[in-house]
Design a protein around this ligand. Structure first.
Ligand code: NAD
Ligand code: UGA
Length: 464
């Protein structure tokens, strides 16, 4: 079976970049990415390709190449569903904020709405691909909705979780460690559907890196991968605190253990805690699933990853207050970075939000500089917490576009995102314009401690 038309529901951080690369590598397939968010679609269609809604290195070039040829962005969801032989569902699956499972389970309402819309519109057989991260056995629920509300056509459900990381999305898509495709291996139609998706990826991914499994393994592999990755960050962060009490250096430890080929060198960077839209959400979901099967020890085991992460964010903020003679009230503190990691404008669950909130509770005056995050986004993140009124947030927080301005008359600087450009700043001139003693808190281990101390800073670095 050869795929001619693909539709992707959800033009977000996953749908947009993934479909851009699929379109670029499959010039014979028409790819239409649809979304109900008109503003987002308009931005994807912006004449100036630099204005697409997601910042990812290399993405605008890929979009430029395929857009208007075989890559389209549209708000006409029904038309794209109708035309497609393969439909990716790439909508958001946030943590539930209401009802049973509130604060833990994944909210599947957007997924279900997609399934119902597909069922209503589809007049011929379609392959449905779960691209969103979903609880294990979601495919069963999707199948039930599609088969019971559809027009009698046949739906094959595949699971094809996405492993890209933000900031390196294009690189990860072009050269993935593996592509995972789960499907119904027991039926001819199931195997055909899987092969059709394998063919799409085989245009650029070597066959041996395309893994096929049963649906449940594929769904659960995604949650497992994120849980393992987040667990590594929490593990190294736990050791970073021990380092601070013992004179050991977390960088030296990361290097020493990372050279053990069984451990490996990646994901051992101590930080102010992991952020991003997925690690916390997916682990909470995993905990919820384990509990729902009565597996309390499994749930407790994974919960520690979140507990450690919350502790790391809080302890960094506490360290700032303690170091500034136990009060930051009325003191200007300059925050460098708001995104949850470098090379992205995404701020979802960014540790910076929680550090800022803690400092604001202590009545600090916050000034923020981030090279890619907009002022509106920063206020919106703080307002979303609901800790204080929007007016108060506006009064206490200033967002500047000039990294030198951010530090004028500041008592302290804190690095919250590892933007490379922070390394190149003229820290001497920043030091000169700060109040003394000038405190520096490097939450990303970005700068050289000795050099910064030579400039005059009182320098604190995570894990040293
Ligand atoms: P996102 O919020 O950026 O994008 C989701 C989009 O879906 C939104 O633009 C929203 O308007 C749209 N949408 C929701 N319901 C819709 C509907 N019924 N019809 C049309 N459009 C609809 O989310 P994201 O970051 O792209 O994540 C999507 C999924 O991929 C999640 O399950 C996430 O866990 C998973 N994931 C994300 C990443 C990542 O790096 N962000 C990586 C791997 C997997
Ligand atoms: C993560 C996974 O890496 C992807 O494989 C997965 O597809 C994605 O989640 C998802 O499902 O959404 P992402 O969150 O975009 O990707 O970025 P990561 O590079 O994993 O970083 C997550 C957080 O951990 C960031 O805040 C980062 O600063 C932090 N981190 C990462 C550390 O503090 N130390 C490290 O060593 C690595």
């Amino acid at each position: 079976m050869k795929i001619k038309n693909i539709c992707c529901i959800g033009a977000g951080y996953v749908g947009g970049p993934t479909m851009a690369v699929i379109a670029q590598k499959n010039p014979h397939i028409n790819v239409t990415v649809v979304d109900i968010n008109e503003k987002r679609i308009a931005a994807w269609n912006d004449e100036d390709v630099e204005n697409i809604p997601i910042y990812e290195p290399g993405l605008s070039a890929v979009v430029k190449e395929a857009r208007g040829t075989n890559l389209f962005f549209s708000t006409d969801v029904d038309a794209a569903i109708d035309k497609a032989d393969m439909i990716f569902i790439s909508v958001n699956t946030p943590t539930k904020t209401y009802g049973v499972g509130k604060g833990m389970a994944a909210d599947l309402k957007y997924i279900e709405l997609c399934a119902r819309q597909i069922a209503e519109v589809a007049k011929d057989n379609k392959i449905i691909v779960e691209k969103s991260t979903l609880p294990v056995r979601t495919a069963e629920a999707l199948k039930s909705i599609l088969d019971n509300t559809g027009n009698g056509v046949n739906f094959q459900i595949l699971s094809n979780p996405e492993f890209l990381a933000e900031g390196t999305a294009v690189e990860d898509l072009l050269d993935p460690d593996r592509v995972l495709i789960g499907g119904n291996v027991n039926t001819e139609a199931g195997r055909e559907a899987m092969q059709a998706l394998v063919d799409v990826y085989a245009q650029w991914v070597p066959q041996e890196q395309i893994l096929t499994t049963n649906v449940w393994s594929s769904e659960l592999s995604k949650l497992t991968a994120n849980a393992f990755l987040a667990q590594r960050v929490s593990s190294i962060n736990a050791m970073s605190e021990l380092c601070e009490h013992t004179g050991a250096d977390i960088n030296e430890i990361s290097k020493a253990i990372g050279m053990d080929s069984r451990i490996g060198p990646k994901f051992l960077q101590a930080s102010i805690g992991f952020g991003g839209s997925c690690f916390q959400k997916d682990i909470l979901n995993l905990i919820y699933i384990a509990k729902s099967y009565g597996l309390n020890e499994v749930a407790d085991y994974w919960e520690q990853v979140i507990i450690m992460n919350n502790h790391q964010k809080r302890r960094f903020a506490e360290k700032i207050v303690k170091t500034l003679f136990n009060t930051v009230s009325g003191k200007k503190i300059a925050l460098f970075g708001w995104a949850f990691k470098k090379d992205t404008n995404d701020t979802r669950e960014s540790a910076a939000i929680y550090v800022a909130d803690y400092l604001l509770n202590e009545q600090a005056e916050i000034v923020v500089y981030d090279p890619k995050v907009s002022e509106e986004q920063i206020y919106s993140d703080l307002n979303y917490l609901g800790t204080r009124s929007e007016q108060e947030n506006r009064k206490l927080v200033t967002v500047v576009r000039d990294p030198y301005q951010v530090c004028e008359e500041a008592h302290a600087v804190a690095i919250l995102t590892e933007w490379v450009e922070f390394k190149e700043l003229n820290w001497q001139s920043i030091y000169d314009n700060m109040l003394k003693p000038a405190f520096f808190f490097d939450g990303r281990k970005l700068l050289n401690k000795r050099k910064m101390e030579d400039l005059g800073f009182n320098f604190y670095m995570i894990g040293e």
